[in-house]
Design a protein around this ligand. Structure first.
Ligand SMILES: CC(=O)SCCNC(=O)CCNC(=O)[C@H](O)C(C)(C)COP(=O)(O)OP(=O)(O)OC[C@H]1O[C@@H](n2cnc3c(N)ncnc32)[C@H](O)[C@@H]1OP(=O)(O)O
Length: 407
C-alpha cells in the first residue's frame, strides 16, 4: 500500500516500538527495568518503523552479527528480530514495506545474509528466506538418568555468581568455545545484556555453569529451575529448563550433563533446541531416559543478500562440478548461473544443470536439505540427470547446521 512509509526510528521512539512488538507477540508491556536492559541492546539505525500518516503501525529490528558457513568462514549477517505490526493495521503491506527496506539496508551495509527465527513458517519465504538450520529440544527424566561413566571427563565445572560476574564472563566464554557448528553466530554485546540481563534480573532464578578444560572454557550451560510440586508430599520435585547450552566437544557436553543431573530434587530436564545429530541417548547409561521434544524443528531462516559472495565463501566437498541457475526477484544482481566445484564457486555462462530460487538456495547452502530431495519436491528444476546427486555431494556438511542462539 502506497501510503505506508518506512524510516529509521529515533532513540526516543524505540520503547514504543518494543511495546508494539510485545503486544503483537502477546507479551505484557515492558517494565522500566526491562526497558533499561533492552535499550543497551539497541543498535543505532537498525530499528525501522512503518508509519501510516504519522502513526507508528509496525516495526522490525536487526542486530549486526556474523554467521559461520560451511568451511568456517564468517559472513556478515543482519540478525532480524522484533518484527510486529499492530493488530488493527494488519494485511495492508506494513510488513512487506519493512522487510524490503530492511533487506536493502542490510545489503548496503555489506551484509551477505539476513537471518531470523520465524514466528510462523508461512510468512518469510515470500521475501526470499529459506530454512537453513534445524534444532529440537531434548527432555530427560532426571531421576532415572546417569551419564555413562566410561565417557571421559575433560574438565571442571565452575558455577558463576550474580549478574555482574555473568555479564563480565560470558561473552569471553562464548568466544573461547569457538564456533564448532555451521550456523553459529556472533552474539553482539547488547545481546548479552538483553538475554542474560533479563534471565538474571530481579525475581529470576537462572544459574550459569562453565566447563573449564585444560585450554580454558570449553562449554557452558544456563538454566533455571521451577517447583512443580510443594514440600508437603513425598514427591517434591522441580523442573529444570536449560535455556542456553554450548560445548565444543562431546566430553564437555557430558560433563555439563553430569552437573545438571547433580542438581538435587529435579524430576525432569528440558533443553532449548539442540542440533539434530547430537547423539543424546548415548550420553546416558539408559538411552531411553531422553526423548525429543515434539515441536517443529526449523531453527534459523536465512535470506542470501549477496549470492556470489556467499557461494564463494563456503567450502564444497569433493565431487564433479554442477552449474546452478538462481532466480531472485528482489535483488536481480544475484540472479544468474554459478558453477560449484570442490575448488569453489564462480559465475559462469555455461548451461545450467539445476534451477532454483534464492529461497531454495538458502536451504541448500547450509547443507540442511539435499538437492535431490528438493528436486523431487518440485523446488529445484533439473536440466541434467545426475546433477542433483552431484549437488548433494558438493553441498554436504559434516555435521548438522545449528545456530543455538535465540534473538
Ligand atoms: C523475526 C520475528 O520477529 S518473527 C515475529 C513476527 N511477528 C509476529 O508474528 C507478531 C504477530 N503478527 C504480526 O505482527 C503481523 O501479522 C505480521 C508482522 C506477521 C504481518 O504483518 P502485516 O503488515 O499484516 O503483513 P503484510 O500486510 O505486509 O503482508 C505481506 C504478505 O505476507 C502475508 N502474511 C502476513 N502475515 C502472515 C501470516 N501470519 N501468515 C501468513 N501470511 C502472512 C500477507 O498475506 C501478504 O501476502 P502477499 O505476499 O500474498 O501479499
Amino acid at each position: 500500500m502506497t501510503d505506508i512509509h518506512v524510516r529509521v526510528l529515533r532513540a526516543d521512539e524505540h520503547r514504543q516500538a518494543l511495546d508494539l512488538v510485545y503486544r503483537a507477540l502477546h507479551h505484557s508491556r515492558s517494565t522500566d527495568e526491562e526497558w533499561t536492559l533492552r535499550a543497551k541492546g539497541h543498535q543505532e539505525g537498525r530499528i525501522l518503523g512503518a508509519f501510516l500518516a504519522d502513526e507508528l503501525i509496525g516495526t522490525a529490528a536487526a542486530l549486526t552479527s556474523d554467521t559461520t558457513v560451511p568451511g568456517g568462514a564468517r559472513l556478515p549477517t543482519a540478525a532480524v528480530t522484533g518484527v510486529g505490526v499492530r493488530a488493527d493495521r494488519r494485511r495492508r503491506g506494513a510488513l512487506r514495506a519493512l522487510m524490503h527496506d530492511q533487506l536493502r539496508d542490510a545489503a548496503q551495509r555489506g551484509e551477505a545474509m539476513a537471518a531470523l527465527h520465524a514466528s510462523e513458517t508461512s510468512i518469510y519465504g515470500r521475501f526470499g528466506y529459506g530454512i537453513g538450520t534445524h534444532a529440537r529440544g531434548v527432555r530427560v527424566h532426571a531421576r532415572h538418568a546417569a551419564v555413562r561413566p566410561d565417557i571421559p571427563s575433560s574438565g571442571e565445572i565452575r558455577q558463576l555468581g550474580g549478574v555482574t560476574e555473568v555479564l563480565a564472563t560470558m561473552p569471553e566464554v562464548y568466544r573461547r568455545i569457538g564456533r564448532p557448528r555451521v550456523g553459529m553466530m556472533e552474539r553482539p554485546e547488547g545481546w548479552w545484556a538483553i538475554k542474560y540481563g533479563r534471565w538474571f534480573g530481579a525475581g529470576d532464578s537462572h544459574e550459569v555453569a562453565v566447563h573449564e578444560g585444560t585450554d580454558g572454557a570449553s562449554g557452558f550451560v544456563c538454566y533455571r529451575t521451577q517447583e512443580i510440586s510443594d514440600y508437603a508430599g513425598p514427591n517434591f520435585a522441580a523442573h529444570l529448563e536449560v535455556v542456553d547450552l554450548h560445548a565444543n566437544s562431546l566430553s564437555a557436553l557430558a560433563d555439563l550433563w553430569r552437573h545438571l543431573l547433580a542438581v538435587d530434587l529435579v524430576a525432569t530436564i528440558e533443553t532449548h533446541p539442540r542440533p539434530l545429530d547430537e547423539p543424546y541417548p548415548l550420553l546416558f547409561t539408559d538411552p531411553r531416559v531422553c526423548t525429543a521434544v515434539p515441536e517443529s524443528d526449523d531453527e534459523i531462516w536465512y535470506r542470501l543478500l549477496d549470492v556470489p559472495r556467499a557461494l564463494a565463501s563456503r567450502s564444497y566437498q569433493d565431487a564433479e562440478p554442477v552449474v546452478i541457475e538462481v532466480r531472485d526477484e528482489l535483488f536481480p544482481d544475484n540472479a544468474g548461473r554459478y558453477r560449484l566445484s570442490a575448488a569453489g564457486a564462480d559465475r559462469t555462462d555455461a548451461a545450467a544443470d539445476l534451477h532454483c530460487d534464492v529461497q531454495t538456495l538458502a536451504m541448500l547452502y547450509f547443507g540442511s536439505y539435499r538437492a535431490s530431495d528438493l528436486a523431487e519436491l518440485g523446488r529445484i528444476t533439473i536440466a541434467e540427470q545426475g546433477a542433483a546427486v552431484r549437488a548433494d555431494q558438493l553441498l554436504r556438511t559434516e555435521q548438522a547446521s545449528w545456530c543455538g542462539t535465540g534473538y
